[in-house]
Write a protein that binds this ligand. Structure first.
Ligand SMILES: NC(=O)c1ccc[n+]([C@@H]2O[C@H](COP(=O)([O-])OP(=O)(O)OC[C@H]3O[C@@H](n4cnc5c(N)ncnc54)[C@H](OP(=O)(O)O)[C@@H]3O)[C@@H](O)[C@H]2O)c1
Length: 161
């Protein structure tokens, strides 16, 4: 499994349920990477998708709520169920896409993390673990992404364990 995430300088990923940085180039990158594969996310992140389940991908959504059903997605009720659901998928095409709680719980099962690093600090209430502070992870590659319309420079950084 690989994590894919967009972070600010202090590894912030969200505020009040919303993403922090508007970045269409990053959205395209996310789409290209995950297309054809499986995405794994928490109920909160899933409910934030404007068009429902992500098209062209198998959607696996975590929720303990027995009444929660998601059109176009498979709902799993525990981490073990999530891991069992993706066990026979090609691990290079299983994507952990958030949010905070699910990143923290399933990151130990990831071999890589594709991190879009936005060179800005913004108020946040959701964070990704700081991989620069974790000796288990190292930077495998880094590619400059450009600058958003709001003037935020960003880079696509791949971490490996
Ligand atoms: N920057 C990025 O790349 C990025 C990507 C994704 C999300 N985000 C941000 O992350 C924030 C949301 O994160 P979040 O932590 O609040 O929500 P989340 O991880 O998306 O979803 C949390 C929900 O997932 C379910 N869940 C979590 N662990 C579970 C487990 N072990 N077993 C069963 N169900 C489980 C629960 O749903 P039930 O309550 O239904 O049981 C829980 O309430 C938002 O601000 C969003 O914008 C950022």
């Amino acid at each position: 499994m690989k994590a894919i995430v967009s972070v600010t300088q202090d590894w912030g990923i969200g505020l009040k349920g919303n993403l922090l940085v508007r970045n269409p180039a990053d959205m395209r990158f996310f789409r290209e990477q995950t297309m054809g594969g499986t995405v794994v996310c928490g109920q909160t992140t899933f409910m934030g998708f404007p068009g429902g389940a992500l098209k062209g991908r198998r959607n696996v959504v975590l929720s303990i709520d027995p009444d929660f059903a998601a059109e176009g997605a498979e709902v799993v009720r525990s981490l073990d169920e999530a891991l069992a659901a993706v066990a026979t998928d090609d691990p290079d095409h299983v994507w952990l896409i958030g949010g905070q709680s699910v990143y923290h719980q399933l990151l130990p099962h990831c071999t890589h993390a594709l991190v879009t690093k936005n060179d800005v600090t913004l108020p946040a209430d959701a964070f990704f673990p700081n991989l620069d502070d974790d000796p288990a992870w190292h930077v495998e590659s880094e590619v400059a992404g450009g600058v958003t319309k709001d003037g935020v420079a960003f880079a696509f950084v791949t971490y490996a364990r």
